[in-house]
Ligand binder design. Structure first.
Ligand code: SF4
Ligand code: MG
Length: 319
């Protein structure tokens, strides 16, 4: 497929006082194809949420390039930035926190329609809102109710309707089902898949839950401490993880098929992710990697294609 989004060496650093910099995203490169779902995984604090927000320009990038539909949008301002906000939407983890409790659902969903002046009359606006509510499996009468009157799953449907209201091309979904019961998770993900087919949407799906990501994603990227360590088509990544960090993450995921249960040896990751203010030299995973050697502290990993479309930040133990 054709690339919708090309990201080169993207960085997002935050000042954290006394001249220190938190390098939340420290040089990631990726491409997202039109109509696909790109999954982004990693432990909490690895920079995946910041990456998602920066690439739709909710955050100002500190460096690097974002090319969207052939246009460099890294520095977009004013009118251009405004129209981008329409094409790129976000679905948040906690629908409770992201929906204004004092607004009725109809006004929440219509926010983008109002901001971008997408309806010529109040009637057109309200019709559109009602249609959107039905599209996400709610009903017209829900437009007059408040967020607290809904369940978690329904609130996430409202968040999805709000994102769809401006007819976007690209949606970043940041842990969209992590706060929901497992039975509800499947419903929301199936709704997202259906909407993707019907509206030709492209997704970035961010999650720490590797089973959920496997189910929805065409390709998956694995982040560790602000950098990408591995990226591959979903099936390939899950059946043939190459980077020790990916192997460790996957070894912690329960395998539902009893025949393959013992195929993957469980690797326990000791310790926490180090601070992104002072990341380790060389390979950032070395402080937790069971295979680390002296050389891992000196050599910067280099991005390398190990099989078609399967990229790994080259590592000493796979040389
Ligand atoms: Fe482990 Fe070294 Fe490979 Fe990093 S480069 S993953 S520390 S073996
Ligand atoms: Mg996050």
């Amino acid at each position: 497929g054709q690339a919708l989004l090309q990201v080169k060496d993207l960085k997002k650093h935050f000042h954290v006082g006394r001249g220190a910099m938190l390098k939340a995203v420290d040089g990631i490169s990726l491409e997202i194809k039109k109509g696909e779902t790109f999954g982004l995984v990693g432990e909490s604090g690895c920079g995946k949420s910041t990456a998602g927000r920066t690439l739709i320009r909710l955050y100002e990038p500190s460096g690097g390039q974002i090319v969207y539909g052939g246009r460099d949008i890294s520095q977009a301002t004013g009118e251009e930035a405004h129209s981008l906000k329409r094409k790129m939407q976000m679905i948040f983890q906690d629908p409770q926190a992201s929906l204004n409790p004092r607004m009725v659902v109809g006004d929440i969903v219509a926010e983008g329609i109002d901001i971008h002046g997408l309806a010529d009359s109040t009637k057109e606006r309200n019709d559109r809102v009602q249609e959107l509510l039905e599209t996400v499996g709610l009903n017209r009468e829900h437009a007059n109710r408040y967020p607290h009157e809904f369940s978690g799953g329904q609130r996430q449907r409202i968040g999805i309707a709000r994102a769809l209201a401006v007819d976007p091309d690209f949606i970043v979904a940041d842990e969209p089902v992590s706060a929901l019961d497992v039975s509800i998770q499947a419903q929301v993900i199936n709704l997202m898949k259906k909407l993707q087919r019907e509206r030709n949407l492209t997704y970035m799906f961010i999650s720490h839950d590797l089973s959920v990501v496997k189910y929805i994603s065409d390709r998956v990227g694995v982040m560790y401490l602000g950098v990408m360590v591995e990226m591959a088509p979903s099936d390939e990544l899950y059946s043939n993880p190459v980077h020790p960090y990916t192997q460790a993450l996957l070894s912690a995921v329960p395998v539902p098929d009893p025949d393959v249960e013992n195929e993957r040896e469980r690797m326990v990751l000791e310790g926490d992710v180090p601070s992104p203010v002072n990341p380790p030299s060389g390979c950032r995973f070395r402080t937790r990697c069971p295979y680390a050697t002296e050389a891992c502290a000196h050599d910067e990993p280099v991005w390398r294609e190990v099989s078609p479309e399967h990229w790994v930040a080259a590592c000493h133990c796979i040389d």
